[in-house]
Design a protein around this ligand. Structure first.
Ligand SMILES: [Zn+2]
Length: 266
């Protein structure tokens, strides 16, 4: 019988494994995803896990096979995706260890393929990039576990792999950014283009260059803070996948209604 899953977690930096389950190699028209996909049952739900950067962190943010990742998950039956990620804080009150469930996104990437639809007129709505039901579930789950999580915020997604200059960082704050990362886009829009629910939970690992007065952010610092908070994040994600609504009532599943697609979705 073919492998099936209904929900997925795409793990970010520092979260390379989440489930004890069977690993599956999935191929797609866009090549192979970042790594094998682990499928296991959590709280009665079939859940898939995919490490965004590959298990050995082989893909830097600008080279992650985003299209293959989302397509592979949908082809397994996944309709709801939780996407943890490491971020820099663009506001001094959002220090390392803070969880944020963002509600908006600003794309500052360049040169990444950010659509499946190179033919036809497929223009999805992206005004609200994250699933409202997924956000509610994550926030309620965090509150239930006593993990403080900030409700809402704007992710500025930069191309990387370098970190931002102080001027860029200050500009991101002034234009309404709350947190900054390198992987939130095009992942979010590709999920929308496949009518998937997509919800991000961001862990602040450092204050970004424009906020931090002293030393600027380093790779080591990011991974150290992530490691300290991995257990909290793991518990939160496992509770949240079990709590996601079984029947979708959010708008995400209707994202492609009335649009003529150039090919069928898996
Ligand atoms: Zn949704």
């Amino acid at each position: 019988m073919a492998v099936r899953a209904e929900l997925a977690v795409i793990g970010g930096s520092g979260l390379y494994a989440l489930l004890d389950g069977v690993e599956h190699v999935v191929d797609t028209p866009y090549g192979e995803p970042s790594g094998p996909i682990t499928v296991a049952e959590v709280g009665g739900r079939r859940v898939a896990f995919l490490p965004r950067h590959g298990r050995d962190h082989r893909y830097p943010p600008h080279l992650i096979p985003y299209r293959a990742n989302l397509w592979a998950l949908r082809s397994l039956g996944v309709r709801q995706v939780l996407a943890p990620c490491a971020v820099g804080g663009l506001r001094p009150e959002l220090g390392p260890g803070t969880f944020v469930v963002p509600d908006q996104l600003i794309d500052r990437t360049s040169g990444r393929t950010q659509t499946y639809y190179d033919r036809g007129a497929v223009h999805v709505s992206f005004a609200d990039p994250y699933c409202p039901a997924g956000r509610r579930t994550l926030l309620d789950t965090a509150a239930g576990r006593g993990v403080p999580a900030v409700d809402g915020g704007t992710v500025v997604v930069v191309e990387g792999p370098r970190f931002s200059t102080r001027a860029e960082s200050r500009w991101f704050t002034s234009m309404g950014g709350t947190i900054v990362n390198m992987t939130g886009h095009p992942e979010a829009v590709l999920a929308r283009e496949l009518a998937l629910c997509y919800t991000s939970i961001a862990l602040v690992t450092d204050l970004d260059a424009g906020v931090e007065a002293g030393e600027s952010v380093t790779h080591e610092e990011v991974f150290r803070v992530f490691a300290e908070n991995t257990d909290r994040l793991r518990g939160l994600l496992l509770d949240a996948v079990a709590a996601l609504p079984a029947e979708r009532e959010c708008p995400c599943g209707s994202a492609l209604d009335g649009i003529k697609l150039p090919f069928p979705l898996p």
